[in-house]
Design a protein around this ligand. Structure first.
Ligand SMILES: [Zn+2]
Length: 114
C-alpha cells in the first residue's frame, strides 16, 4: 500500500501551503488522479483521517478529480485518450506502438482554506 506515503506527502504539502497563507482551517483539497494511477480514493481518504488528525486539515473534505489516460502513437504521432475503447490501439491507424503520455498523475491541484 503506497497510499500511506502519498497521503503523508499530501498532508505535508497542504499544511505548508495553508500555513503560508495564514489559514486557520483547511476546508477542501482538490486532488487530481490519472486514470492509470493505481491510487484508490478510499485508501487516501482512510489514511487522511489518520494522518491529518489534530492538524488544521483534520476536517478537510477530499475531492478527487479523475483525468483520462492519454497516449501518443509512434506510427502516426496522433495523441489520443482512452474513451471507452478496451485496448490501447491508436484510433487513427490501429497501431499498437503507442506510449503513455499522461494518466499516472497524483497531485494536489488546489486547497480551500479559511
Ligand atoms: Zn496512429
Amino acid at each position: 500500500m503506497h497510499e500511506l506515503a502519498l497521503t503523508e506527502n499530501l498532508l505535508e504539502i497542504t499544511l505548508k501551503h495553508a500555513t503560508a497563507a495564514g489559514a486557520k482551517k483547511v476546508k477542501q483539497l482538490n486532488i487530481v488522479i490519472g486514470q492509470l494511477s493505481s491510487v484508490v480514493d478510499e485508501s487516501v481518504q482512510f489514511y487522511w483521517d489518520f494522518v491529518a488528525k489534530d492538524t488544521i486539515a483534520e476536517e478537510a473534505e477530499l475531492h478527487f478529480e479523475r483525468i483520462p489516460a492519454t497516449f501518443r502513437c509512434h506510427n502516426c504521432r496522433a495523441e489520443f485518450s482512452l474513451n471507452g475503447q478496451p485496448d490501447f490501439l491508436c484510433p487513427h491507424c490501429q497501431s499498437v506502438q503507442v506510449e503513455v503520455i499522461g494518466g499516472n498523475e497524483f497531485r494536489l491541484d488546489s486547497i480551500d482554506i479559511e
